[in-house]
Design a protein around this ligand. Structure first.
Ligand SMILES: [Zn+2]
Length: 112
């Protein structure tokens, strides 16, 4: 146990004493300061990626997540419009990535 563990909180980004805890978004952990743990928020970028993988926001999103997202947006001082754009951007990046992988696979086929 190191009581002096100070690093940037994955949520608010401040250098504070943090605890590493399992994220409610999946099987990974982030560093949370006491304030963010209490607030029950997740790192904004992780939330965007998570929702982007789930589908279109808000249509494809389970209603129980909508309140959680709203809570996070309030914490990060973001509007729903900003969040929608961020999710869209993340989706486009992902699609581009998959397209790229697909074309690379095709090229490998031609080389054989
Ligand atoms: Zn924090």
């Amino acid at each position: 146990m190191n009581d002096d563990l100070k690093r940037a909180c994955s949520c608010c980004g401040e250098e504070k004493e943090v605890s590493v805890a399992a994220s409610s978004l999946g099987a990974f952990s982030f560093a949370y300061c006491a304030d963010c743990l209490t607030a029950g928020v997740e790192p904004y970028g992780a939330l965007v990626s998570y929702i982007a993988c789930a589908g279109n926001y808000p249509d494809d999103i389970n209603p129980r997540w909508l309140d959680f997202i709203k809570h996070n947006l309030e914490f990060y001082d973001k509007t729903e419009e900003q969040f929608k754009n961020d999710v869209k951007e993340a989706n486009e990046e992902m699609n581009q990535h998959f397209r790229q992988m697909a074309s690379q696979t095709k090229n490998q086929g031609i080389d054989f």
